[in-house]
Design a protein around this ligand. Structure first.
Ligand code: IPM
Ligand code: MG
Length: 359
């Protein structure tokens, strides 16, 4: 198979981790007989510095022309002084909406090899943890009408959802639940918000098409509490843009290793953008200290969701587990008795595990 992929390394450690993800893709290509056409684009701080905008038209067009996008990370203190729509984050929001990536999948998996990093008590996470947060990504309060008054004394953002926006994300979540444990939790704030009451009623309508899925509704404040009280009660969580932003950070913290978690942002067809959920960590950029595993695992998600190559996805995920089991660690997941390595060596070891030549 030939795959056309737009690559956006971005800022900070973006270049370091993307290089390792590409190395791993090379190993998958070798092993399974695939070819990749990579094109590289700018976004975020780098694009601001060189082209004066966080999301150049050429980047958006290049992505639209590809089958999938691999993104490192964007942002950094260097651009923090900029106004709202000139910030690196604006590039991220612009690309999500410009590419219509309404479905954001954020798995929070606790790796058995790293269970010591989980901040929760052992009995709470016994048997592991594997939660999938399905976050609506192109609507809600992030994209609804917003303004600040002329005198700067007041401002508003609007949590706006249409039926069709809720319906399409609900369908994605139910489909995913069907492939997993057939349990879905929809999170909202229907006791207070009109948009949440619409959300809940649309989710209930969609549920009629998926009778096998056990659906429950939960208020977001309770969900935030339940995630630390008893995270194992969750399998798939579907929620709106901002609630998903917050709950996915919480879920990732429970795993104790944010450097391990990938994400997929999908369009209605199989097109998708894949990125680690962590940030650009400018302080360690270029120092061979970043953990490339979240980006490498994002590549696994790309194989699975865009190219429907489950075997290749499992090969990448299996290789990561193999390297962890062998005791190799980047500094963010280092613990006593393990072997400390850098970004490049981690990428190389995963690539080697895929190729099948162990050390
Ligand atoms: C995320 C981030 C972004 C968001 C920011 C950087 C705009 O927090 O991807 O979760 O809020 O969506
Ligand atoms: Mg966030």
């Amino acid at each position: 198979m030939r795959m056309k992929i737009a690559v956006i390394p971005g800022d900070g450690i973006g270049g370091d981790i993307v290089a390792e993800a590409l190395r791993v893709m090379g190993a998958v290509g070798e092993k399974f007989g695939h070819k990749f056409d990579f094109s590289f684009y700018l976004m975020g701080g780098q694009a601001i510095d060189t082209m004066g905008t966080p999301l150049p038209e050429s980047t958006l067009l290049g992505c639209l022309d590809a089958e999938a996008v691999l993104l490192g990370a964007v942002g950094g203190a260097k651009w923090d002084h900029l106004k709202g729509d000139q910030r690196p984050e604006k590039g991220l929001l612009g690309i999500r909406s410009g590419l219509n990536l309404f479905c954001n999948l954020r798995p929070a998996i606790l790796y058995a090899q790293l269970s010591g990093a989980c901040p929760l008590k052992e009995e709470i996470i016994e048997g592991g943890l594997d939660v999938m947060v399905v976050r609506e990504l192109t609507g809600g309060i992030y994209f609804g009408p917003k303004a600040i008054s002329e005198d700067g004394e007041s401002a508003y953002d609007t949590m706006l959802y249409s039926r069709s926006e809720v319906e399409r994300i609900a369908i994605k979540a139910f489909e995913l639940a069907m492939k997993r444990s057939k349990k879905l939790t929809s999170v909202d704030k229907a006791n207070v918000l009109e948009s949440s009451r619409l959300w809940r009623s649309v989710v209930n309508e969609v549920a009629k098409r998926y009778r096998e899925v056990k659906l429950n509704h939960m208020y977001v404040d309770n969900a935030a509490m339940q995630l630390v009280r008893n995270p194992k009660q969750f399998d798939v969580i579907v929620t709106s843009n901002m609630f998903g932003d917050i709950l996915s950070d919480e879920a990732s913290m429970i795993t104790g290793s944010i450097g391990m978690l990938p994400s997929a942002s999908l369009r209605e067809d199989n097109f998708g953008l894949y990125e680690p959920i962590h940030g650009s960590a400018p302080d360690i950029a270029g120092l061979d200290r970043a953990n490339p595993l979240a980006t490498i695992l994002s590549v696994a998600m790309m194989f699975r969701h865009t190219f429907n190559l489950e075997e290749e996805a499992l090969a990448v995920e299996g290789a990561v587990e193999e390297v962890l089991s062998a005791g190799w660690r980047t500094e963010d997941i280092m613990s006593e008795g393990m072997r400390l390595i850098g970004t490049k060596e981690m990428g190389t070891l995963v690539a080697q595990a895929i190729a099948g030549n162990k050390e």
